[in-house]
Design a protein. Structure first.
Length: 635
């Protein structure tokens, strides 16, 4: 249904001229503004509230499986999320340490108010960024090109590039039971006129839904009835810059729903807007509400809940796993059946929120819209979810907006280079049927895209386009020199046959005895032998924990990494077969009707991208290869 454009002030005026205007100062907007400013652009960063900058309206954490790798990739490209997280973390854990390196990642609990203040201070100290408080109501465009934005008061900020990072605010509607009202997350106002403006420009919008659990008062929780969940004490940090950190280690707490909880929820299902039809937006399957969990898993007697602190000085705890859109009175009733929450006081009830988003197949891999030149979108407006996914898109959109203004080549990461590349390629090539979340299973080259090597994968690329400064580049080069020198040393160091110390180590590790002398590197290839074991035999060098980890992974997984790299090289051949954006797919005979429509919609840049479009079969790819050969022959 099309929306009517709301009238802004009659007193329109030009409030300023900029290179880039970023609309929204959440995680995507902050990174977009910082990236464009680092590339020399004059940036206006516009938010509806200065108190809203870098707001984390849902869970008080950054990172997690796959997501934590994205945060390290943002850092490797010069972004701010990792550094701000490190400054404000109140607990950090290294996940999946008992599994392979492809799924290991960091996850930190943050002090939400400290995070916002730290990011606000960081933005205010950056050259070329100008913070503005205003409600953007209209995108200004002429002859298919963006020219700026207009606010509710009639102020126009003119720029040849605009990056929209409006999160879940577009025509937002909060729903609890039969109660619903216009709102953005956390009780902030929605952005209603902007949806109509986007539709008037010819962009197709979808309606998605998400939700956030209740926040409960710390003094009403009986922690003795719950299981304590402490963080790690190894001084982990997200950023590749700096030394191990000494930060607070505030525990989370684990509890469970039970049959009594479930009985109350089931008795009130008729009051759930998710099933009554009041909620129209599509929600994420991977993060279901508690009522949806009971419908999907009817035989389960309990579900896990984590109580997560919102900050060092906050009395609010976030009830992770208890997302719901049931009425507030029902929330109080079923929560009081949970161990530790018998006397709970809810500060902020849980709610569902519906919002508009732009179907991302309307975007180029640079995140520029195909309809309007110079208009970019990033974050949840693109149908994704999560702070980390939003920040990554913001960085790439801001960088590409600046690069286009400079007449430089776009900055596009491939699926084999970064999770960020997987994320954006999935969005613009496959589109979204529900809010998109990054998982390790979505990355076919995940052994290459590890938590430990994000800087070695991406920092040189960021330096080449201007996102990374000399200091960070020097740190990377020094790290790589030390790793290479140590690997060479281990290749040269000899472990003698029948050496008593070596035999004792092998026996301790249940490793077979040596039949001949070997190099230290050869011995390190054994799965049961650690890098620390080897240095106990041949001496240790002054290396950081990250550098030691890199050496160990290189030794243990060298063969698998080489095989995955061979796969990348094979698929790169398809990526190098470029497709013109002006191809008329509807006129190519031999393509299926579905593939014609999908190809025309996505306008893939290569055969490789075309092969990943849902509905395009291998037979269709063969037809495209023949078509390319014919075009080449004619030329």
């Amino acid at each position: 249904m099309s929306k009517e454009l709301e009238k802004t002030s009659m007193d329109s005026f030009v409030a300023g001229n900029y290179d880039v205007v970023v609309v929204g100062a959440g995680h995507a907007g902050c990174e977009a503004a910082l990236a464009a400013a680092r590339l020399g652009c004059k940036v206006a960063l516009i938010t509806m509230s200065m108190d809203n900058i870098a707001l984390a309206p849902c869970n008080p954490s950054i990172g997690g499986t796959a997501k934590g790798v994205i945060v390290r990739e943002i850092d490797a490209l010069g972004g701010a999320m990792a550094t701000i997280t490190d400054q404000t973390q109140i607990q950090i854990r290294f996940l999946n340490t008992g599994k392979g390196p492809a799924v290991r990642a960091l996850r930190a609990q943050i002090d939400k108010s400290q995070y916002q203040e730290a990011m606000r201070q960081y933005l205010n100290t950056q050259p070329n960024i100008f913070l503005k408080q205003a409600e953007v109501c209209r995108i200004l465009a002429k002859n298919g090109k963006v020219t700026g934005i207009e606010t509710r008061t009639g102020a126009s900020y003119l720029a040849p590039a605009v990056v929209l990072t409006t999160g879940t605010y577009l025509d937002g509607r909060v729903i609890m039971g039969n109660c619903y009202f216009p709102s953005g997350p956390a009780g902030l106002p929605p952005a209603i006129p902007l949806s109509a403006s986007l539709e008037s420009l010819g962009l197709e919008l979808a309606r998605f839904k998400t939700g956030t659990p209740a926040r409960v008062h710390k003094d009403s929780i009986n922690f003795s009835a719950m299981e304590r969940q402490d963080g790690d004490t190894a001084g982990y940090r997200f950023s590749f810059m700096g030394e191990p950190l000494e930060r607070p280690n505030v525990p989370c707490w684990l509890t469970y729903t039970n049959t009594k909880t479930h009985e109350i929820i089931k008795a009130n299902m008729h009051r759930c807007p998710l099933f009554s039809g009041l909620i129209e937006g599509i929600g994420p399957r991977y993060c279901p509400s508690v009522e949806d969990k009971l419908r999907r898993f009817p035989n389960r007697d309990s579900h896990q809940l984590f109580l997560e602190p919102e900050g060092l000085n906050s009395f609010e705890y976030y009830v992770q796993g208890m997302s719901t859109s049931l009425p507030e009175d029902v929330q109080i009733e079923f929560m009081q059946t949970i161990p530790g929450l018998e006397n709970v006081r809810i500060i902020r009830p849980a709610y569902a929120i519906e919002y508009d988003c732009v179907l991302p197949t309307q975007l180029k891999p640079t995140l520029e819209t195909k309809k309007i030149e110079g208009l970019y979108t990033a974050g949840q407006i693109n149908g994704s979810s999560g702070y980390e996914e939003a920040a990554a898109q913001g960085l790439m959109a801001g960088a590409n907006a600046a690069l286009k203004l400079k007449g430089a080549q776009p900055f596009i990461l491939s699926r084999s280079q970064a999770y960020i590349g997987v994320l954006i390629d999935d969005l613009v090539t496959k589109g979204v049927q529900e809010p998109y979340r990054m998982f390790t299973s979505l990355a076919e080259y995940r052994l290459l895209l590890r938590n430990d090597n994000a800087d070695r994968r991406l920092t040189r690329l960021g330096y080449a386009v201007g996102l990374v400064d000399d200091e960070r580049m020097a740190v990377l080069e020094a790290k790589e020199e030390k790793i290479e020198a140590e690997i060479n040393r281990l290749h040269k160091a000899k472990i003698k046959y029948n050496d008593p110390k070596t035999e004792a180590l092998l026996a301790l590790r249940n490793s077979s005895p040596l039949e001949r002398g070997v190099s230290a590197w050869e011995l390190l290839l054994r799965p049961e032998i650690s890098y620390e074991d080897i240095t106990g035999l041949v001496g240790a060098e002054a290396l950081s924990a990250d550098e030691k980890e890199q050496i160990g992974i290189t030794a243990k997984y060298d063969g698998y990494i080489k095989k995955q790299q061979e796969q990348v090289d094979r698929f790169d051949k398809l990526e190098k077969k470029k497709l013109s954006p002006t191809i008329d797919y509807l006129s190519i005979s031999g393509l299926s009707n579905e593939s014609r429509q999908k190809l025309a919609q996505v306008q893939p840049l290569s055969i490789g991208q075309a092969s990943r479009i849902t509905g395009v079969s291998p037979a269709d790819i063969s037809v495209l290869l023949v078509y390319l050969a014919q075009q080449k022959s004619r030329k």
